[in-house]
Write a protein that binds this ligand. Structure first.
Ligand SMILES: [Fe+2]
Length: 175
């Protein structure tokens, strides 16, 4: 590293030190938990927007039911975002900063299709919510290993809510 680069790095470290929150958890543990939770946060934003996308572009004879169901689910997903981000900051770690940051971090795939038929929308969201459940279970394990009880307790509620969304979507799409 050259001198100028080193100076920039030192200034960055100093500024970052100002954002560190004291915690009794090991710093390696907080980095691992934050990494896992930031990925979940990006997935939740992606799923929130996909749910809204399908809410806005719903069609067909069940329009009202599905349109309202997806709005309820979008609200629930959006309500998860602030507690996830603040949990990460309570551990003294940085969280997401922009739409670009979400796009680089999300694993849930966007659906930019011109038209998606209603059954396809419900099936895709059900699958995404089941994937979210599986990932939340993994992160629960990461938090549990470091005895981050506050995170595990929040995650348990988010798993229950995600299972509920998957259940409603499954029943609504049953033929
Ligand atoms: Fe709406």
């Amino acid at each position: 590293m050259d001198k100028r680069h080193e100076a920039v790095q030192r200034a960055g470290d100093k500024q970052w030190a100002a954002l560190k929150t004291p915690t009794d958890l090991e710093s390696e543990a907080t980095r691992n938990i934050a990494g896992a939770l930031n990925a979940i946060l990006a997935d939740v934003y992606a799923l929130y927007l996909k749910t809204k996308n399908f809410h806005w572009h719903m069609s067909g004879p069940h329009f009202r039911d599905y349109h309202l169901l997806l709005d309820d689910q979008a609200l629930q997903l959006f309500a998860m975002t602030d507690p996830i981000a603040e949990r990460i900051r309570k551990l003294g770690q940085p969280t997401l900063k922009s739409i670009g940051h979400i796009a680089r971090t999300q694993r849930i795939l966007d659906n930019d299709a011109e038209y998606v038929e209603p059954g396809g929308m419900l099936a895709e969201l059900a699958e995404d919510n089941r994937t979210l459940v599986a990932r939340l279970r993994e992160v629960h394990g990461v938090c549990d290993e470091s005895r981050d009880i506050a995170s595990t307790s929040l995650i348990e509620t988010w798993i229950d809510e995600s299972e509920e969304r998957a259940w409603f979507l499954f029943e609504a799409s049953r033929r």
